[in-house]
Design a protein around this ligand. Structure first.
Ligand code: FMN
Length: 401
């Protein structure tokens, strides 16, 4: 079988050197990669590096090997185009259909999925011109992965960093695996909560739960590959940020509620995969609670936490069309309890899974039934958490119409 053909576009950002690592991962995993740099990017990494690493000819302009009509053929033949790093300039050109070099021509002739991994200073990223260009590209079906937050060129820190090459590679792998399937969440903003909240009792102790956050992260990764703008609100997972998602950190149920409701204000979909504590200690001791000789410990009084899922489902009335998805971990009467919960909360879909000693939190696999408010039931057999995530997105996109 022919190797999948990937075009790696490299534009003129300081992060161009990181694309060498992405190229290696792509070639070593059996892809035929044609690197198409821009003139500016060649100031950072030379054509010899791209040619030697890819084993293919490299040119930035349309005037080389004209008999092969490269300005058309490279894009036509590609199974995937990934531009990493994508400069502010490249996003603008792509959004407006300019074609003044080989990469921009390739972007116009490609009919395969296109992934942009922008990288630039925070000011450039946040500029309304860049944001509008990104929104245009997403609306047209491109996968634009959110830049990471961290150290930028020079002493600056902020949003705009190129995500790790291995995370970009994972996005490419997922997009390629979807084949000709449309990025059906393109132009959509999805908010996902993941992990487990911790409710502090004193400076060293908390009430927590066993949620690892892996299912929420799988939802975030698959949503990125399907073209969504993703906000991931994570609680205490310790997992590496998935490329392309905006990650917001929350510790307690109260913090998670605040972050989710804020992000939900302009979201098309909210998926509450986090295990949010139902109760928290009524009081917080500012000093460590000491054990005292001969005395029994004082009982811990608990108060209820707000029900974020129910609140989202109710408030959605102000956001017509928003799809709200909940998760329910049940130990017995799984389906009956799930149906009951779906009715009580008023959400559109509820993913019900059985938890217990045999079915541990933290594993890479899951098995669930997705209940639909319309009465539908979609069983998802035991398998990778990403497979369950994709089933959830299939059902969500059906609802979004
Ligand atoms: C040292 C240096 C670093 C740069 N880094 C970035 C960057 O990370 N992102 C970006 O959008 N532009 C960056 N630029 C500006 C671009 O190189 C410039 O906009 C150029 O016209 C982009 O051309 P291209 O999009 O055709 O590659 C940088 C310029 C210099 C000199």
């Amino acid at each position: 079988m022919d190797k999948p053909k990937v075009v790696l576009g490299v534009s003129g950002g300081i992060a161009a050197y990181k694309a060498c690592e992405l190229l290696r991962q792509l070639t070593e995993s059996g892809h035929d990669v044609r690197v198409v740099p821009t003139d500016s990017s060649l100031h950072f990494v030379g054509a010899a590096t791209w040619s030697a690493l890819s084993g293919n000819p490299v040119s930035a302009e349309v005037w080389d090997a004209v008999h092969e009509v490269p300005h058309v053929r490279i894009g036509q033949a590609a199974d995937l185009v990934v531009v990493a790093p994508a400069t502010a300039d490249m996003l603008a050109k792509a959004a407006h259909g300019l074609a003044d070099d080989l990469l921009t021509n390739t972007l116009l002739t490609a009919r395969c999925p296109v992934v942009f991994a922008p990288a630039m200073h925070t000011e450039m990223w946040e500029h309304p011109a860049t944001q509008e260009n990104v929104a245009t590209l997403r609306r047209r079906g491109a996968v634009v992965i959110e830049p990471a937050v961290g150290r930028l060129t020079g002493a600056d820190t902020g949003k705009g960093r190129l995500p790790d090459p291995d995370e970009i590679f994972e996005v490419c792998r997922r997009v390629l695996a979807r084949g000709a399937a449309e990025p059906d969440l393109a132009g959509r903003h999805v908010v996902i909560s993941a992990g487990g909240t911790r409710e502090p009792l004193d400076p060293v102790r908390y009430l927590g739960n066993r949620s690892s956050g892996k299912q929420g992260y799988a939802l975030a990764r698959t949503a990125v590959a399907r073209g969504a703008r993703v906000t991931l609100v994570e609680a205490n997972t310790g997992l590496p940020d998935p490329a392309g998602a905006d990650v917001v950190r929350a510790g307690t149920a109260t913090q998670l509620r605040e972050a989710v409701l804020k992000a939900a204000a302009d979201a098309d979909v909210v998926v509450m995969a986090a295990a949010v504590a139902d109760f928290r200690p009524a009081t917080y001791a500012s000093g460590k609670i000491k054990k005292k000789d001969g005395q029994e410990p004082a009982p811990v009084e608990l108060v209820r936490n707000p029900d974020i899922l129910a609140e989202l489902a109710t408030e959605r009335r102000g956001r017509p069309g928003q799809v709200v998805v909940g998760f329910a971990a049940e130990t017995d009467d799984v389906l009956a309890n799930g149906r009951d919960k779906l009715r009580r909360k008023g959400c559109d879909l509820l993913v019900v899974n059985e938890v217990g000693e045999r079915k541990t939190f933290g594993s890479e696999e899951n098995e669930a039934v997705v209940l639909d408010a319309d009465g539908g039931e979609t069983p998802v057999p035991y398998g990778p958490k990403e497979a369950l995530a994709d089933t959830v997105w299939d059902l969500v996109t059906r609802r979004l119409g």
